[in-house]
Ligand binder design. Sequence first.
Ligand code: 0A1
Ligand code: ZN
Length: 894
Amino acid sequence: MMLLREALAPMVRRQDYSAPAYRIRAVELTFDLDAAKTIVGSRLSVERDTALPVQPLRLDGEDLNLLRVLVDGQSVSFRHENGQLVIDAPAAEAFTLEIRNTIAPEKNTQLSGLYASGSGLFTQCEAEGFRRITYFLDRPDVMTVFTVTLRADKKKYPVLLSNGNLLEQGELANGKHFAKWHDPFPKPAYLFAVVAADLVAREQRVLSRSGKEHLLQVYVKRGDLDKTEHAMNSLIASMVWDEARFGLALDLERFMIVAVPDFNMGAMENKGLNLFNTKFVLANAATATDVDFDGIESVVAHEYFHNWTGNRVTCRDWFQLSLKEGLTVFRDQEFSMDMAGSPSARGVRRIGDVRVLRERQFPEDAGPMAHPVRPDAYQAIDNFYTATVYEKGSEVVRMMHTLVGREGFAAGMKLYFARHDGQAVTCDDFAQAMADANPDSALAANLELFKRWYAQAGTPRLQARGVWDAEARTWTLTLAQHNPPSPGQADKLPQLIPVALGLLKRDGTALPLQLAGEAEAGGTERVLVMTEATQSFTFVNVDAEVVPSLLRGFSAPVVLDDGLSDADLLVLLAHDTDAFNRWEAGQRLAANRIRAALAAPVEAPVVLDDAFIAAMRALLRDASLDAAFKELVLTLPSEIYLADQIEGIDPQRLHAVRESLIDQLAAALHADWAWAFEAHQVKVGYKPDAWQTGQRALANLALAMLVRHAVATGDPLWPGKAYQRFKDASNMTDRLGALEALVNAHAELAEPALARFHAQFKGEALVLDKWFMLQARAPERDGRVFARIQQLLQHPDFTLGNPNRARALLFSLTHFNPAAFHRLDAAGYAFWADKVLALDTANPQLASRYARALDRWRNLAEPYRSAAREAIARVAAKPDLSGDTHEIIQRALA
Ligand code: 0A1
Ligand code: ZN
């Protein structure tokens, strides 16, 4: 059985890369579109690379029904081998290959290739979906000029779209019509897209700086036009930003965004025709929260930015995925920071980005799926669209930015495009361009060392200890790094770690920094570049003991052990000018308390100390700080983050301890929460900007604390107020915040509120997702949340077939609600196994992502650990598991 599976999904290795023996210069595609049976005609202009030895032409294909194959108009002999169509050594160096095949979009539940969603037909081709449409050289280094003719029933599919420019459209017999599209830019097949659906579009004509006119369109189903303004604004803002910051202008006459209700991922950057999960397009104040608005802004920007970083310059092979993804995430993060405006709002965004990294990527790096930013091997490439490739990849780009500076980075980008526009290249090519454009930088001086970030998996541990020498008036910082082993990488070499730092005196003022050997002090913040396993840096003219603020702005994706005491952390929490480290000090103070409680006997009550409470109160009341920042500081580190940091975790214990600390913060700061709630009401019209978002976030946190405390003490006032606010809210952020306060506190009023919410929004798919999600993510109490999830599986609005809905209920439990999932009776694990198997037959990509909920089973305490292992073994025993899920499960058990 093992053998059979591995035959299905052989290991693909980076070192086996070889250039394609054939190129496809141009392709003419015709689609006779129909949900049950679509006929695909393909005319390929193929060229053999005469510099290489003659070899068979091997075309990728999957789930295709082949009708005919012609070479230069003549039938030709071919064979099928390992899922490929093989034509033995065609005679000519250049020839035309004609292929006809059929596909069945409505049976395509994988949502890869051409599939039906809502009443339309849509494609998803990254990474290897094009081969599910027709036979092709489905690899990113084969770039082709596409001309596409679409024919379909006009009533059912009035809108027919593909990449590039519309050449022609018109009527056909039998109620059909056609559209012919041409994309002048050669592109890999993964960037191909087709849409046939009944849609309407918001349109806007814009001029780029060069004076060129562009048509922007956001296509949605009828009735959703009033939810497209924010996506359009985000698109325009992205265009302006990319021209201003990097001199990158839109190269297309027409740029389209299309909303798709069933979508495996967030969105897809197909050339000129971006396809989006509806979740990242549709928003208005009544249906979407501030968080949704933010998500739309960053995903629209992300896909738009791919037009240069991904499409104009693409990846040589899928091992280079982070070349486009890490860089594009970096770009969208920078864009969102620039959009946020103030330094404080930038800091808030940075904290949010680091939170995502540490909650998703750090556990990945510590588990069985740990892989380098540029992986060395995979079975299913779909499994490598990971937090490591995306978020850690972005941190790697950010470190380059730190090392060469803002201007230097822009110069590096310029050189990268000058060298590689129109090419399919590697991560090395990008790093080389950055270094070459900045020959005097620490990056250029240490390029090979720096590139270990691409090659080594795992999160480096950075130990930092400072010693003050009163007599010499020096303070010496000794740094030591260590990177624990990960699968396939037992021994790691030191990495280049940029350590941004400042030194604070105990009164909170910043010390001018002067390293030994320097003539004078230069500022109060700088970046030390660590290049060895251990290294010391001596600062001079230090007259008193200092508190170091290390790794400011989270200048490297490492785990820092700086040995600071609670007293030191309180200084940083009160005074650090770096928003990230100030927040981090508060998180660490809280984490220290949680750790202490976990180490104490179970019966010992967990009591929050006055110093911590006073510090939190002072921060909450500090008039000089933004609400958004306060909300972040006053939110305790998540169970997911903490669980990753603690060995042999008991999720129930952790939940109980954390909940008890929140209860105490709710009680001790009761008057402050009441003040915060009243003081942060937004009294002007709704706008999802940084200021209003912060006000609402803090007011919602305050309300949650007030309701929690009221439910605990039996006081009806705040639950009543929350219910009223829930009913009267003028926007979804406030409405959902109030509902969440009731549900999370297990208030009696939660039930009528949930019923009312469902009735009010039953026609809005994305809002129903919130309704499911909210219930599934509520803090577990006596198994109630798990029981509710079981019930919701039977709800008429629940379906496994829509990825957003499946995520709202299933992933909410297994990925986001550890205390509901990790149960003593192992029912959560049984649930997980059942759902992995159910998802796997229909949608392997979704199933394998879902399966990853138990990646870190080895870090669980008993009896959780054994029970989790048993559930994984049950999934492994299924004989016809998909290649995607098989890879995850087999790694988990390895
Ligand atoms: N390139 C897209 C993400 C994406 C990846 C794979 C997909 O199907 C398997 C779909 C989308 C992005 O980074 O936005
Ligand atoms: Zn991307």
